[in-house]
Design a protein around this ligand. Structure first.
Ligand code: GYE
Length: 308
């Protein structure tokens, strides 16, 4: 994910198409990589990208979408920070005849036809993979009555945090010995992961598992654990989602036990879909990107550099 130096702030409709891209912010390494991936793919295809960073506020995103409509971009691409509250602005886009591609996070709208399609991560599957890893890990350790789990939750109301929570619980629901004793939102921020870890490590001394919705929060929690003289990955089993390089390094170093990949490099697919929409073609309703799971027991030398 190398940065694109192209200035996308100017709108000059000469050749090619114009895509309005509303990103939610820069809360994590994942997000920054995702933004660059879209910018680079647009530049490579000669697509003009009007980029807006909503700084984690839905109201900013709605404003950005409205400005894209006013500028009459050809296609709107957006990462919805939360699932709800998009009906009105999407109706406005529809009235203006601008097709909308939803990416990364999903939305809940009454009229499904208000957006053309979705491309992004399968967060429910990620959550299930995390739950299955917990079951597999503790299956052999019959000496414990209860497995105490701490969950570092992503942004509240975001489809990815909801999916990661739901998939995880679904797998564990018939196993009452697995207890989620603490679950709080760290907003996908490393700093919040650190703060929450300080809090839960103070509250409990019998935590078996940390299930973290992203690597940023995980890295913050690891820092807090080490400050307390705890050994992440050994005293507490750690599962994390994203697979940025620092998390893979932590897996190699035995500080993390399972890394569930979430792929941010969707720019080429996003731009291809946007070009199709601009040409009046139809696109798939739902497209999940390919994602893997990396376990501590794998041959970790085979993992390619992550690039972010
Ligand atoms: O896991 C996290 C980011 O929406 C899938 O948002 C994305 C998540 C990703 O900030 O690191």
């Amino acid at each position: 994910c190398n940065a694109s130096k192209k200035d996308t702030s100017k709108i000059e409709k000469d050749n090619g198409i114009i895509v309005g891209f509303s990103q939610i912010g820069a809360e994590s390494a994942w997000r920054t990589c995702n933004t660059r991936s879209v910018q680079e793919a647009a530049a490579a295809r000669g697509v003009q990208l009007v980029y807006d960073n909503a700084e984690q506020k839905q109201e900013n995103q709605i404003k950005a979408l409205r400005s894209f409509i006013a500028y009459q971009v050809d296609v709107i691409v957006f990462v919805p920070i939360v699932t709800d509250g998009w009906d009105n602005v999407l109706q406005e886009a529809r009235d203006a005849g601008i097709p909308v591609l939803v990416t990364d996070r999903k939305i809940d709208v009454e009229n499904q036809s208000l957006y053309a399609g979705f491309i992004g991560t399968d967060s429910l599957k990620e959550g299930r993979n995390a739950g299955q890893f917990v079951l597999d890990t503790f299956e052999s350790k019959r000496d414990k009555d209860h497995i105490n789990i701490v969950e570092l939750f992503g942004t509240e109301g975001s489809s990815v945090a909801l999916g990661r929570a739901e998939g995880f619980r679904e797998v564990l629901k018939d196993h009452p010995e697995y207890r989620i004793i603490y679950s709080k939102s760290g907003d996908f921020l490393r700093s919040r992961g650190y703060e929450l870890a300080i809090e839960f490590l103070e509250m409990y001394d019998d935590i078996d598992v940390i299930y973290s919705h992203n690597d940023g929060m995980t890295l913050g929690a690891i820092e807090a654990m080490e400050e307390k003289g705890l050994r992440p990955g050994k005293d507490i089993v750690i599962i994390t989602i994203d697979a940025q390089q620092a998390a893979i390094d932590a897996l190699r170093g035995g500080k993390v036990n399972c890394v569930i990949e979430c792929n941010p490099k969707t720019g080429p697919e996003i731009i291809e879909l946007a070009e199709k929409l601009a040409a009046g073609e139809s696109i798939p309703r739902l497209q999940y990107v390919h994602e893997e799971v990396f376990y501590e027991t794998d041959d970790l030398s085979l993992i390619e550099p992550r690039g972010y």
